[in-house]
Structure formats: structure tokens, C-alpha cells
Design a protein around this ligand. Sequence first.
Ligand code: AMP
Ligand code: MG
Length: 362
Amino acid sequence: MAEKKEKSPFSDPIYKQLSQLNGKINRMGKSEVQAKLKELRLDSRGEVDVLKRRLKNFYKQQKLKKQETEKQLKDARCPYNFLCVIDFEATCEGEKVPDYPHEIIEFPAVLVDTRQKAIVDTFHEYCKPSLNPQLSEFCRSLTGISQETIDGADTFPEVLQKFENWLKDRGLGSDYSFCIATDGPWDMGRFLHLQCQFCKIPFPRWGRKWVNIRKAYTNFYRTKSYSLVPMLELLGLKFEGQQHCGFDDARNIARIAICMLKDGAHLKVNERIDWNSLTKKGESESKDSDTSESSNAVTAALSDITQDGINEDANNATKSSDLTLEQVLTELENLGVDPDIQGCESVLLTHRLQQPKDEESV
Ligand code: AMP
Ligand code: MG
């Protein structure tokens, strides 16, 4: 039998593109190369051969980086390099005040590398509110944020700028793809939306669509909609830190996202703001309320955008749902999969059983 021909490491079309680019650079004059280097914000000093080498190397690195990024994305069960988990805290009153003008007072972000399946960076700032600069007793006790912290904080537009610089410094949105992830629709759909209206600033592009972890969780594990603590408990995890501290909430949401990625969930955008039907309807509903009635009210201006992805996960989950917890555990043991069962319910284990082992995807 004829031996299978070894594929050359340079057979990738990327090398053909590079060779064409190099040919083009070879034909360029010095001033043309200098102009290109300046346009790319690269050093344009030196002899023509040095300049050409610099330009060729730049393109080579760019292409290879892109290729590596694409390969990593293909391997990971998430179409983004990073998930950026945000959990805003906002001014509030104890009793439900209709149309309460919530202002963001805590802005945390936790960056999850979807391939490493780990938290790799964080952002954390407080914001000084302007409509209600005095925090209510209820708000201070709920969020653990003191009046002094708020008094010494930057305004929301300043913090937003800091956050966007943080994204930019990490190449998020340029070299690397990322998507916002939140627990429910409220952070982008209510708090950020209201805040941008109050400050008369444009709604940021990155906040227009996001992964609603709670929704993804419900669909993936086939459970009813739970708030943060029960979602963790169902996975056998405990809340770490202080509930309603935005930074701790965000870290715990990130832990859920990581667990879901390890379990094989396809975390991708599943909600976005529907600008056409955006109304204030439901914005006065309490965030903590888990009733579908209030969720629907808030999400009236939002849209599901990945029904296919959701159904895909949901369908996978039905295959061995007849098994008892004991049978599932035995099956997992036979397969050599660490069931990580502490506190888990059978529905979660059943789902875990249907997923390929994590190493297979790496
Ligand atoms: P959370 O992420 O659950 O900590 O909530 C975010 C924000 O929603 C809080 O900072 C409050 O502004 C508001 N919030 C949460 N729970 C309540 C509640 N029980 N009553 C009034 N406002 C609340
Ligand atoms: Mg919170």
C-alpha cells in the first residue's frame, strides 16, 4: 500500500499569502515602505532592506497570531477567546420603588480565558452616583459599599473610560475576541442602559449582546431558573465572598461559566438589546425576583438570539435522562470521569455523562 504522503508544515495557505506579501514588499520603494510602517505605527527609520524585513516580519507575526487564535477558538467550546463577566451594583431602596433611577456604583469585570477555563484578570472600580449621591441604609447593607467609598470614587463616565482602556490594553476586541457574560439580563438591559441615559453617553458596543449565564445554565443543565447561590450549589460549589458585592458576584458567576465550559456547554451570545422595541416597561422590577413574570417584563426589550445553540444543548441532555442517580454515578466511574459529585443533583451528572471528556477537546 502506498505510504501516506506527509503534509508539509508549509502547506497551510497562510504561507502562500505571506509569500505573495513578501513579493509585494520586495517591489516597493523605500518611501512606500516607510509610509506603510508609519501607518502601522512601526519604526520607519533605517536602511531599505531593514525596513522591508521589519514590514515582512510584522505581517508574518500578524498572520501566525491570527492562525493560532483561530485554532484555539476551534478547540474551545466557546466562540470567543475570553468571557468578560460583569456584575454591576446600583443605588436602590429597600421597598420596590417604581421606576427607581438605579445608578451604577460598583463596576467589576472578571476575565475568563475560555481555553484555559480559568480566571486570568480582573477590573474593579466604584462609581460616584449623581442623582442619588447619598446611599440608602438598605443599599449600604445589601452591597457592603460604604458612603466614603462612593464619595471618593470617579464618576461613571470616567470609570467606563478606564474599563475601555483596560479592554484595549489587553487587545480585547482587537487581537482577541471576547463577549460579556452576566447573571440574567439586568446588568446590560437595565443598569447599563439606564446609566448611559442618565449620563447622556452612547451605549457601548460591547454591551449590546451578551451571554446570559443564568439562561444558558437553565438550558444546558435542564433546570428551572435559579439565582446565583442555588446555581453554584447545584454544581457542588459554595459562594465565595460576600453576596451582592459586585466583584464577588462576578467571580462566582465566572466560576459557574468555567464549570459549564468544562462540562461542555457552548457558551455563546444568547441575548441582546432589541433597540427597535426598547421600552422602559419592566425596568422597575426588582432584580432579585426570579419569577418568569418579572424576567419577561425586563426582557421585553431584549431578544433571544441563539435558540439553535440552546436547543442543541437541551437535546443532548435528554438522551440518558431515564437513568437513576446511582446508574449515572456507576456509568461515570466506568468511564473514568471524575464525577465531582459533592452536592450535585442527578440532572447535572446525567448531563456531564453525555459530554465528551474535557481532554478530548483540548
Ligand atoms: P445583585 O447583582 O443581585 O447584587 O443586584 C444588583 C443590584 O440590584 C443591587 O446593587 C441593587 O441595586 C439591586 N437589587 C438587588 N436586590 C435587590 C432587592 N432585594 N431590593 C432592591 N434592589 C435590589
Ligand atoms: Mg451583584
